[in-house]
Design a binder for this molecule. Structure first.
Ligand code: ZN
Length: 513
């Protein structure tokens, strides 16, 4: 997922505080909330067990066979499953969060924490982003990486189609250090995108090292998810090896016909890196289609090269599998595939794809609206299941509050419905671990992601028998079903299909030491 870097530089909303109007759904400090009659899946992978959870203020204070005490407000879970709130380790739901603070796309999936600053694109300075969030808090917790592309953009500006000089790398290092000081979890990169694609691997290593020196991590939308996938994985593993830092593949996928069925090979490569001491992990979302810009289909940016175009349509995505999600020069093409647009234009798919990109690039260059986006079907179902099952893979959405890809609303319930209940890819307890404690571990968050005394009271109550996604490419904002209630920091934010209007979300800064 990419957004223009000019936007990435905008601090979320303004610093104006619109008095806190959150209804007082929080648990007062002298009272506690007792959730009884729940099947507790604690997030560690341990088997579900029946019991109760007591919450005081923003923390879990007891778990087990608990009796009602004076002052308890009691919620009977009715035998539903209580899990830690899900942690979305690759999210774009921060965009527009200042306007849509209830974040129904997020909480309706049972997600309580999002990790922003992905794909090399972050708010800079993060201190401003964080203080705007704290002045105008949303329903959910937010953490962020510092984005390599945004850092590069702030030093190179429009002159980015080149390797940076040593002096420029030094200036970028200073920004990364500043952002780590503000609480970034680490460095993210988007090496398939401008401007990251023009960086030399040594630049990325040097900047990631600054994050490592602060105890941070490296997470990457790698240089390639198709033609050069395995080479891109080598670059990521190498960063982990030379910098002695944890590294994570963002939204892992094998997005080319020739790669289909090769998930075991990818996993074997990662397992052997782990055996050699590199802490490499991944996040993955449960869809066969990705969403990005049309330009990523052309890593050499040779948009008019018919050989490349033919290769794209044969190997990366068929014309019927390229659904235009946005096309500002002619908005009527949004919601149509390249195959359909070709028919409308009495043309062929290759000419049409090249025309779409040329038209959007021309509009952009003349200062007009050239925005475009595509949802491309490039992945094989078997690979997705294998990636989800890898013990070090956690679940992420890559989604947005107002996006055209259904992942923004459906990811987590889809895993629980399709991959757990229907396909038995992993057990329910293992899936929950991948959405909670493993997710927290993979981004370096310590006090969320399990149900245990002392942890923050981010909780999701759901029905494993019915939970499923409803969002589709044609109805991307359809709410999932089966998520019953969601608490963030001890406060109810979602119940019975609706947000509560409470805004207990916090900024999560990297744990130090
Ligand atoms: Zn991405």
């Amino acid at each position: 997922m990419r957004r223009p870097f000019a936007h990435a530089l905008l601090v979320l909303g303004s610093a104006i505080t619109v008095g806190c109007t959150a209804r007082s759904a929080a648990v007062p400090a002298d009272r506690s909330l007792l959730i009884t009659n729940a099947r507790i899946i604690d997030g560690t992978g341990s088997p579900a067990r029946s019991g109760s959870v007591r919450v005081r203020a923003d923390r879990i204070i007891a778990v087990g066979d608990l009796q009602k005490q004076p002052g308890d407000s009691v919620i009977d879970a009715g035998g539903l499953t209580l899990a830690p709130g899900f942690i979305d380790t690759h999210s774009h739901h921060d965009r527009g969060l200042d306007k849509d603070r209830s974040a129904i796309a997020v909480v309706s999936q049972g997600v309580t924490t999002i990790i922003a600053g992905q794909d090399g694109s972050s708010h800079i300075p993060l201190a401003g982003f964080f203080s705007a969030l704290e002045a105008n808090p949303p329903a959910i917790n937010v953490a962020s990486y510092v984005g390599h592309g945004s850092v590069r953009d702030s030093i190179l500006g429009e002159d980015f189609k080149r390797v940076a000089t040593p002096a420029e790398v030094e200036r970028m290092k200073a920004i990364v250090a500043q952002e780590m000081g503000a609480g970034a979890l680490g460095l993210s990169s988007g090496l398939e995108y401008d401007p990251g694609i023009y960086s030399d691997p040594s630049e990325v290593i040097a900047l990631a090292k600054v994050a490592a020196d602060s105890g941070g991590r490296y997470i990457s939308h790698m240089r390639s998810e198709d033609r050069e996938l395995f080479k891109a994985v080598d670059e990521l593993i190498n960063i982990g090896r030379v910098n002695h830092m944890p590294v994570q593949i963002s939204h892992a996928k094998l997005a080319m016909r020739a790669l289909w069925g090769r998930a075991p090979e990818l996993i074997a490569k990662l397992d052997s890196a782990r055996a050699a001491g590199v802490d490499v992990t991944m996040d993955v979302y449960p869809y066969q289609f990705w969403q990005s810009t049309l330009t990523v289909l052309y890593p050499a940016r040779d948009f008019a090269n018919r050989t490349t175009t033919d290769f794209v349509l044969r190997e990366v995505a068929a014309p019927e599998g390229l659904l235009i999600s946005r096309f500002e020069p002619q908005p009527e093409y949004a919601g149509k595939t390249v195959a359909e647009i070709a028919k409308m234009r009495n043309s062929d798919p290759a000419t049409t794809l090249e025309w779409l990109i040329a038209t959007s690039e021309a509009a952009r260059k003349s200062g007009g609206h050239g925005g475009q986006g595509v949802i491309a079907t490039s992945m094989d179902e078997r690979d997705i299941a294998r990636l989800i099952a890898w013990p070090f893979a956690n679940i992420s959405s890559d989604g947005e509050l107002d996006g055209r890809h259904p992942r923004g609303f459906g990811t987590f319930p889809r895993v629980l419905g399709r991959y757990v209940r229907d396909q038995h890819v992993v057990t329910l307890e293992e899936a929950i671990r991948k959405m909670t404690s493993l997710a927290a571990h993979n981004v370096g968050i310590r006090d969320r992601g399990t149900i245990a005394p002392g942890m923050y009271a981010d909780l999701t109550l759901f029905d494993p028998a019915t939970v499923t996604d409803r969002a589709t490419p044609t109805d991307p904002h359809a709410l999932s079903v089966g998520i019953d209630r969601v608490w963030v920091n001890g406060t109810l934010v979602f119940a019975k299909g609706a947000v509560t209007g409470a805004y207990p979300g916090r900024v999560i800064r990297r744990a130090r030491g």
